[in-house]
Design a protein around this ligand. Sequence first.
Ligand code: SAM
Length: 230
Amino acid sequence: MNAKNLSDRLKIVASFVEQDTILADIGSDHAYLPCYLVHQSIISKAIAGEVVKGPFESAVKQVKSEGLEKQIEVRFGDGLQVIEDEDQVGTVTIAGMGGPLIASILEAGKHKLTNVHTLILQPNIHAKAIREWAIREGWNIDQETILEEHSKIYEVIVLKKGNMVLNEQELLLGPILMQSCTSVFQKKWSVEMKEWERILTQLKNIPPSPEVLQKVEEIENKISLVKELL
Ligand code: SAM
């Protein structure tokens, strides 16, 4: 993968970026996503944020080698802290992390989101944490998609400002993903269910403590939510 030849996962994230928005890509690593978007003439200004020195240096190097220093500013910092009001960022992308980490980055930096209209989030796991955060903070799911690449399944969630109400099943599975119920979606949840059933068997073979019983209840609840749909 490089900035001209993105992974399918990042191409899908890129496909949700609106023309001419000012972008902040948080956890940008090599800054492939903002570089690609500038090359495609979708955006002309971006911030690439990184909190780890190695990836930060890779991003600086990549942006320089592509000659995009005027369009993309690489900033070192934790989460949304790299965004300033005067940047006029309209869209934030956060990709390639777990849902709880993405939600914690959004929560810690939510005061930086007053002028942001679109969040494009690609959790590798536990997307539910993002949907829970969105409900609490007044964001609405505008689009959702799911894809498989190199035997891994990824979800992409696009949030816009607005209120929404989701039931337990929608929180876990994604309201739009449930509607489309694609073969990749079915595969993801069949695999998850097998794993939950394996854990349940193990839990039922150990002495029942309150924690174990609570875990069993949680897993049985998730299995029934998925079975209602598949
Ligand atoms: N976004 C790229 C992608 O999707 O291919 C890179 C994903 S990489 C697995 C995750 C990156 O997020 C790492 O480079 C890591 O240093 C960075 N990261 C993790 N927590 C962060 C935070 N709080 N603020 C900024 N960057 C963070």
